[in-house]
Design a protein around this ligand. Structure first.
Ligand SMILES: C[S@@+](CC[C@H](N)C(=O)[O-])C[C@H]1O[C@@H](n2cnc3c(N)ncnc32)[C@H](O)[C@@H]1O
Length: 247
């Protein structure tokens, strides 16, 4: 089970469509993120980074931000780490997104971040290399969720932690109002500002397709994580999955 953009026939074509989609919206990605989320995205990255403060304060720690896009999760991790920042690496398979991340990093202050072009399902790192792997709004786009979780578990050291921040589907009356916004308003505004038809209709469809928190926690457990939890953010519009790799 994984992302399936319109027209994708198998995991390879799904991954190619996802990469093409993000490459096409890269120039307007940050603007759209902030406009469409009313800037709440900044709060979500900040909260997710705060959750891993204990690891980020360890100068010898190795941190990987997967599907880093234009880098905002990685920047939030660096800010939380402070002056004794560990090694933080952002990985993405869209060159255009990484170019933006790298340009933004040059303007920012603090310890250096590194960027690498890589597929989250085939990471070029040895087993047990990282102490923390995060992914913000990227994991949902993987063509195979279980393979993604297994690859995260593989590159984590025993006792290392995983944090997956992604959209959810809030319930109740708020959920009903939010769905009108998310399925009708957001795709229309996103299409106008990005100038690209498709990606912003794919977003609500991909969230609908994504496993529920209970199912996702079960999949994390089966992939080798313990102490798995899901913390809803902003009434469940987003939420953080956390797990610890079996020692
Ligand atoms: C919605 S963006 C999120 C970017 C960033 N993490 C943020 O919070 O704004 C999703 C990113 O995941 C990347 N991505 C999707 N599938 C990937 C894969 N299999 N390997 C590497 N990157 C992937 C896309 O290229 C895109 O940059």
């Amino acid at each position: 089970m994984g992302a399936a953009p319109a027209g994708a026939r198998d995991p390879e074509s799904a991954a190619a469509a996802v990469r093409e989609m993000f490459t096409s919206i890269a120039p307007r990605y940050d603007l759209l993120n902030h406009v469409l989320s009313f800037n709440i995205d900044r709060l979500w990255w900040w909260r997710a980074a705060r959750r891993f403060e204990a690891i980020l304060k360890r100068p010898e720690a190795r941190v990987l931000d997967l599907c880093c896009g234009t880098g905002d999760m990685a920047f939030a991790l660096r800010r939380r780490a402070g002056s004794g920042a560990p090694q933080i690496l952002g990985a993405d398979f869209s060159h255009a997104m990484l170019q933006r991340a790298s340009a933004k990093a040059e303007k920012g202050s603090g310890p250096t971040l590194s960027w690498i072009e890589a597929d989250a399902l085939r990471l070029p790192f040895p087993d047990g290399h990282f102490n923390l792997v995060t992914s913000a709004f990227g994991f949902r786009n993987l063509a195979d969720y279980d393979a993604g979780l297994r690859e995260i578990a593989r590159v984590l050291a025993p006792g290392g932690e995983c944090g997956i921040l992604d959209f959810g589907e809030p319930g109740g009356l708020l959920g009903q109002c939010y769905r009108v916004y998310f399925k009708k308003v957001l795709p229309a505004v996103g299409t106008v500002i990005s100038g690209v038809r498709g990606p912003y209709a794919y977003l609500p469809a991909s969230v609908e397709r994504f496993p529920s928190p209970d199912e996702m926690l079960g999949r994390m457990h089966q992939s080798g994580f313990r102490e798995v939890s899901w913390t809803p953010y902003t009434f469940g519009i987003a939420g953080l999955y956390r797990g610890v790799k079996h020692a």
